[in-house]
Ligand binder design. Structure first.
Ligand SMILES: *Cc1c(COP(=O)(O)O)cnc(C)c1O
Length: 369
């Protein structure tokens, strides 16, 4: 009972595909397609097909893809974009990068995703887009959000950075809004060997302009139609993602196996377990339990060699970087409570049943004290 369980075991995932990775990385070294190139182009096609979308534009990060999504919607200083305060900060970075103001809507207590019941009252004449997050791998409740977006003629952008292969009412997320943005950061459900991201859309004009914006605002080399960026995906990352994508569905199934095993083994503990909504098939990017004694429980897990993490300890409206928004504690009480109670347990395809039982035993030991 003394084996350590790492919070994340990326080396195990890399080992499982190491031969194929070595081969495609060697091929990239041979052909020197380091920036974009044929492997990135192929991955774009394959990933678009996986999501069920017409276009995928690969980026050097999910943050860059989110930034470009808001540029495509011509969002400008003075505009407002509605999002959630309970997410990784990059969701809001995109809003700030275009000079707009993030307007937060609190989350639901069960899913910790944007609460559709609170959405409409946050809309003003300055609102230009709605950008919720499929947090922890679980889709937000898309239909009521879309209904409000349509009523107010607002585009929906999905932050799908944590939810590759997650399903809403049986359909993979990423094509419900005007655009969706994925991250291939190494720890994400589909991860590069470095940074990566993608913008997925069914809008050909958005895809065309996104390709231009990621490459210095040009479609013909050295002719620049607008101020652009160097947001290109690296050739090696396209090759790596091409190796990993065929494993994604199997890996997602394994994540769900781990989650369901936790549900089963932890159900008679005082922990509040992740709630999978009836409309959702979560991709379990994270398995986040909640407890009022979170800090002590984390100490106990750390001391016993069980890796865990906090997603997220401080909601965005209380972050120093957003002090200028003028929010105070109490403004988004559900998000704040979640931030105080959340604890992410190890969840990855390679996690064995013995490791799951070890995590559970250490948790039960804590509550038996
Ligand atoms: C990881 C993440 C991002 C940013 O992706 P990067 O590839 O790290 O830039 C954006 N939003 C959410 C919700 C994320 O989890």
């Amino acid at each position: 009972m003394s084996d350590k369980v790492p919070y994340l075991d990326l080396p195990a995932q890399i080992r499982s595909v190491r031969k194929e990775l070595d081969a495609v990385i060697a091929r990239t070294l041979d052909n020197c397609s380091f920036c974009l190139g044929p492997d990135v182009a192929q991955f774009e096609k394959d990933f678009a097909r996986f999501v069920g979308a017409q276009h995928c534009v690969a980026f050097n990060s999910g943050t860059s893809a989110l930034h470009v999504a808001l540029l495509l919607l011509d969002i400008k200083p003075g505009d407002e974009v509605i999002s959630t305060p309970y997410t990784f900060v990059a969701t809001s970075w995109a809003i700030s990068y275009v000079g707009a103001t993030p307007v937060y809507v609190d989350v639901e207590d069960g899913t910790m995703n944007l609460d559709p019941k609170l959405l409409e009252r946050a809309i003003t004449s300055k609102t230009k887009a709605v950008m919720p997050v499929h947090l922890y791998g679980q889709p937000f409740d898309i239909d009521p959000v879309l209904e409000i977006c349509r009523k107010h003629k607002l585009p929906l952008v999905e932050d799908t950075a944590q939810s590759h292969a997650a399903k809403y009412k049986g359909k993979i997320v990423g094509t419900f809004g005007e655009m969706s943005c994925f991250s291939f950061y190494p720890g994400k459900n589909l991860g590069a060997c470095g940074e990566g991201g993608a913008l997925v859309t069914n809008n050909a004009e958005f895809a065309r302009r996104a390709r231009s914006l990621r490459e210095h605002g040009s479609t013909v080399r050295y002719y620049h139609d607008e101020v652009g960026f160097n947001y290109r995906m690296e050739g090696i990352q396209g090759a790596v993602l091409g190796v990993k994508l065929p494993h994604l569905q199997k890996w997602t199934n394994e994540r769900r196996r781990v989650a369901h095993r936790y549900h089963e083994l932890l159900k008679d503990t005082p922990l509040q377990l992740p709630f999978e909504a009836a409309y959702a098939e979560s991709a379990y990017h994270l398995y986040v339990v909640r407890d009022p004694q979170r800090d002590k429980l984390k100490e106990h897990l750390d001391a016993n060699g069980v890796g865990c993490a906090l997603h997220y300890p401080v909601p965005l409206h209380l972050q120093k970087c957003y002090a200028s928004l003028g929010h105070k504690a109490g403004d988004f009480p559900v998000a704040e409570k979640a931030a105080n109670q959340c604890l992410s347990l190890p969840v990855y395809p390679e996690l064995t049943d013995a490791q799951i039982q070890r995590v559970v035993a250490v948790i039960k030991e804590f509550f038996a004290r």
